[in-house]
Unconditional design. Structure first.
Length: 195
């Protein structure tokens, strides 16, 4: 098995772990002790919960990006357009985590973190799904699911509210991470690195 084939399952596992911890677990935590309802509930929430959410946001950023990177490696030809979107996703993931750290430190909730999440949670999955459908290197269902993840991720927080949306987000990214994990066995190494 090549080094790349060893890497893809690890990236999928990282995505699955982040989905469970920063999606499902955080959603349950938010149900038990809601602090994401208003700016006042966030500011008056326990410091340990604010900092916990900040750490979980960093885990989410790293884990979800790992899943995207695995999909990028196994399902696309890594052309310059898709690479640009992956760079934007990486910058968005860093921005997302940094804003959450600032929010935890200042006790001020701001929606600005969504600008980072937009790139790696919504746009990048759709772009990778379309690119992987175009290249046909993996199952079409994985490609379609990536597109669904991006679209669902753009809708769930506004429609469901924080706690249920975090749980749904965890589930959809858990499935995507699993699909990346299993896709390594279908990788076609001779197709790699074409523009």
């Amino acid at each position: 098995m090549t080094a790349q084939r060893n890497l893809i399952p690890r990236l999928g596992l990282a995505c699955m772990a982040a989905a469970v911890v920063s999606g499902i677990f955080q959603g349950i935590w938010e149900m038990a002790r809601p602090i994401l309802i208003t700016s006042d509930t966030f500011a008056s929430g326990p410091a340990s919960q604010r900092w916990g959410y900040a750490v979980l946001s960093i885990i989410k950023s790293a884990g979800f990006f790992a899943g995207l990177f695995g999909l990028f490696k196994v399902a696309t030809k890594r052309g310059w357009i898709v690479t640009i979107f992956m760079v934007l996703a990486a910058l968005g993931a860093v921005f997302f985590g940094a804003v959450w750290l600032i929010m935890a430190a200042t006790r001020e909730h701001t929606i600005v973190y969504v600008l980072g999440g937009l790139w790696y949670q919504m746009v990048a999955p759709v772009v990778l799904g379309i690119a992987s459908l175009w290249r046909n290197l993996i199952s079409k269902w994985i490609s379609i699911w990536a597109i669904i993840v991006g679209v669902l991720n753009s809708q769930i927080f506004g429609r469901l509210g924080p706690a249920p949306a975090l749980i749904v987000q965890g589930v959809i990214w858990l499935i995507l991470g699993y699909m990346v994990y299993v896709s390594a066995s279908r990788e076609q190494p001779n197709e790699a690195y074409h523009v």
